[in-house]
Design a binder for this molecule. Structure first.
Ligand SMILES: Nc1ncnc2c1ncn2[C@@H]1O[C@H](COP(=O)(O)OP(=O)(O)OP(=O)(O)O)[C@@H](O)[C@H]1O
Length: 266
């Protein structure tokens, strides 16, 4: 008897995923899954293939083998349910367009009427704490505000999955903490599934429901580590918890061992 129900189907899944660039095999037989509303962080040594994995998951590039599924459906092009936020907000926002026009730009493909489009832009600005700032140009905003605007642009699609590649690497520590908390609150308020690559293990443990550790050349998933810290996280108290510190240390050691092993092998 088949007991699978709709809720058993992962929202985003990779099965037997492989990717080579020419002769260079970067990913091999990789399995990944994120359930609906889950926050998954991907970590791993530099150059392992984290960005390559994200680009395959978003179908921005074609895997060499295996498949990507969204809600159980095999996808062969960028799925409408998935939106991507890159690290470099200065390249994702058009400097000559006001922020509201930047956010509206990718909505063109949906052929919304103007009132609906304006409502979506206002809603997205509100969701990232930028209500009332839509008439600014990106260059009139701080780095943190620009990254919020880039996130708003992704949310205006009303995606089910948000894929983020090192989204906070270019901002200062306080702004980074604010943006981390923004992402937790967006996940809680909107129920969106978030898959985020970071070099920062503290950030990964703070944000994630599960941390996926990639390593190997070619890379695959070395460990999937559940983070049972509960839904209410706080920069000060969560990061002082013994279970937070224990997880952080465990992942650090795992990556250090992997990096040492791959250096020795090279
Ligand atoms: N378009 C490409 N063509 C050829 N090789 C590529 C391409 N993109 C990435 N690579 C190579 O694939 C490997 C994995 O790169 P990728 O950027 O996915 O790793 P990463 O884990 O995200 O790296 P980092 O931690 O430095 O951001 C690297 O050796 C990289 O040089």
């Amino acid at each position: 008897m088949n007991t699978t129900t709709a809720t058993d189907v992962p929202q985003l899944e990779a099965i037997g995923l492989g990717k080579s660039y020419g002769d260079k095999e970067v990913l091999r037989d990789l399995a990944f899954k994120a359930d609906r509303g889950e926050f998954v962080c991907i970590v791993g040594p530099s150059g392992t293939g984290k960005t390559t994995l994200l680009r395959c998951l978003a179908r921005l590039i074609e895997p060499t083998s295996g498949e990507v599924r969204v809600d159980g459906r095999v996808v062969t092009e960028p799925p409408a349910e998935v939106s991507v936020v890159f690290q470099d907000y200065s390249r994702s926002l058009m400097p000559w367009m006001r922020v509201d026009a930047n956010i509206a730009l990718p909505l063109r493909r949906y052929r919304l009427d103007r009132a609906e489009r304006d409502a979506r832009v206002a809603e997205a600005l509100e969701q990232v704490g930028l209500a009332g700032n839509g008439r600014l140009y990106p260059w009139e905003m701080s780095g943190g505000m620009q990254q919020r605007a880039a996130i708003a642009r992704s949310l205006a699609y009303r995606p089910e999955v948000l894929i983020m590649d090192e989204p906070f690497a270019s901002v200062d520590a306080q702004t980074r903490a604010d943006l981390e908390d923004l992402m937790l609150s967006i996940r809680d308020r909107l129920g969106v599934t978030i898959v985020l690559v970071t070099h920062d293990i503290d950030e990964a443990v703070y944000l994630a429901d599960q941390v996926v550790v990639l390593f190997g050349r070619p890379a695959s998933v070395a460990a999937t580590i559940p983070v049972p810290l509960g839904p209410d996280r706080d920069q000060l108290t969560t990061k002082a918890r013994p279970d937070y510190l224990e997880l952080r240390e465990r992942i650090h050691k795992m990556i250090m061992r992997a990096s040492a092993g791959s250096t020795a092998a090279n």
